[in-house]
Design a protein around this ligand. Sequence first.
Ligand code: ATP
Ligand code: MG
Length: 331
Amino acid sequence: MTPKPNSAKKEPSSGKRPGSGTRLEKISDLSRKELKERARKFSGKFSVGDGDGFELKKYRTDPDIDLGPEDKPLMQQTLKTGVAALAELQDKLYAHDRWSLLLIFQAMDAAGKDGAIKHVMSGINPQGCQVTSFKAPNPEELDHDYLWRCQKQLPERGRIGIFNRSYYEEVLVVRVHENILHAQKLPENLVTKDIWKDRYKDIRNFEKYLYHNGTKVIKFFLNVSKEEQKKRFIERIDNPDKNWKFSSADAKERSFWKDYMKAYEEMIRETSTKESPWYVVPADNKSFARIVIVSAVIDALVGMKLSYPEVTDDKLAELQEIKKALLSEKH
Ligand code: ATP
Ligand code: MG
C-alpha cells in the first residue's frame, strides 16, 4: 500500500486532514498492549471532541492511503488483532463492574452500520453486550418523550450497549422531514424555531448525565460518499441475495442527501464533547472503517482504567484450601 498521491477527493480548506499520513502497517504487527496505545493515536484523528467550528467537508469519506486487494490480508489481520484486544478489555469491563459503554451508530443507508457492528463485536462475549436497532417510533413510543425508548435500552454497569440508530434521529430524519416532527404530538407552543437547539442541548445534558453516572457514550458517523452509496445500492439490486436489504425508501432518502449532510454537520458541531465525542469515520472502504471503529472502542475502554477486582489474602488462602480439598477427594 502506498500513500495516495493528490487524491481526486475534496481537500480540506485548512489544517491537517484526519487520517493523513496513516500507515496501516504500523498497527498490524503489534502486541495487544502496543495496539491499545497505538489505537488511541489512530482513532484520535477521526474524533471530534470539541464540535466548535466543525465542518464535514474537512473529513474524507475514503482512507487517504491506497488500499488494493493485496492489502486485504493485512487489513483482516489488523482487525483481528483489534477484535482480540477488545475482547480482553470487555472481560475486564465486566469484571470491574463500574463503567458501561454505549456505542451509537448513525449513517446514511448502506454506509455499513450493520457490517461494522457485526465485525467489530465478533469477539465480544454476548453476555456483556446488547444491540438495539431503532426504527420509526411506534404509537406507544410516540406517547412518551423521545429519550424514553432509548433509556430503557441503556447498558448495565460492566456492559457494552450498541445503538443502531438512536435518539440522534430526532435531529436528523425528523429535521429533514418536518412533517415527522408535526406528527409527534408535542404541545404546539413547544414547537418553535428553537426546537433543534433545545434538542441538542438536551442531548448534550443527557450524555453528560450518563457520564456522571458511569456510562461513557461514543458516537460514530459512518461517512460514506454519495457515489459509494450509489454503487452499494446497485449491488443490492443486482445481487438477489442482497435484494432484501434494499427498499425504495432508501432511494427516496438519498434524494435528500444535502439536507442530511447539513443536519449531520450541525448535529456533530452541537453534540461533540470531550466525554462523548463523535467519530467521523471514512466509510467508503468497509475494512478501514471497521479498523477505525475498533480502535476508538479500545481507546474508550483503555481510558476507563479498568482492572480486575483485587482478591484479598484471606480469599486466596480460602481458594488454596478448597483446591487442597478437591485434590484429596477419593472419587
Ligand atoms: P438497514 O436498512 O441497513 O436494514 P436501517 O437502520 O436503515 O437498517 P430501516 O428499517 O431501513 O433500518 O430504517 C429505519 C428507519 O427508521 C430509518 O429510515 C430511520 O430514519 C427511521 N427512524 C429511526 N428513528 C426514527 C425517529 N425517531 N423518527 C422517525 N424515524 C425514525
Ligand atoms: Mg434502511
